[in-house]
Design a protein around this ligand. Structure first.
Ligand SMILES: [Ca+2]
Ligand SMILES: [Ca+2]
Length: 182
């Protein structure tokens, strides 16, 4: 019973860092303090820190709670600046969001956990699973994408594998294999 409680505890390094910027014993930072923290601890500039704050202020109350900070820390950690830089590189027209074309181009420069390039099929998969209904990827979704990629250690898909084609069932040749009709 106690163990379950323990495992949900926030790691000490995260608490220590957060508490350096906390007033009193309230476990949240006002926007201004949070941005100050993001700048001094993670080397972000004002704009980048503001974007990060807005991205991770999940409940949009203008404060960063220690839970929100933990999310930031786990997703971005010391890579925050790198991630923002990468996002800007890929967002070629500086619209603040990555559209499908920018993503197709940009994701080719990203690596998986094992250090290989993404296969075009995987690029499509990651775009589909990351973008919003308008097919756009914002900085928050992008950080999430990079986080997933850091854990993604699957082998490259075989070259001759065909993606599932819904029309395959209409192909009469499928009936050549009797088992297909079971
Ligand atoms: Ca908040
Ligand atoms: Ca764009």
């Amino acid at each position: 019973m106690m163990r379950g409680v323990m495992s949900r505890k926030i790691p000490q390094e995260i608490i220590d860092l957060f508490e350096k910027y906390m007033d009193n014993n309230v476990r949240h930072l006002e926007k201004k303090e949070a941005i100050h923290m993001l700048r001094s601890e993670f080397g972000l500039d004002e704009d980048q820190a503001t974007t990060m704050f807005d991205t991770f202020d999940k409940d949009k109350n203008g404060q960063m709670s220690i839970w929100e900070f933990q999310q930031f820390y786990v997703c971005m950690g010391t890579h925050a600046q790198e991630v923002v830089q990468k996002f800007k590189e890929i967002d070629k027209d500086h619209s603040g969001k990555i559209d499908v074309n920018e993503a197709k181009e940009g994701l080719r420069s990203l690596k998986t956990a094992t250090g290989r390039d993404l296969d075009p099929k995987e690029v499509e998969f990651f775009i589909e699973t990351t973008s919003d209904e308008q097919g756009q990827i914002d900085l928050g979704a992008f950080t999430n994408l990079l986080y997933r990629l850091r854990l993604y250690n699957a082998p490259p898909p075989p070259k001759d594998v065909k993606l599932k084609n819904p029309k395959a069932n209409e192909n009469p040749k499928a009936n050549e294999n009797p088992k297909a009709n079971e």
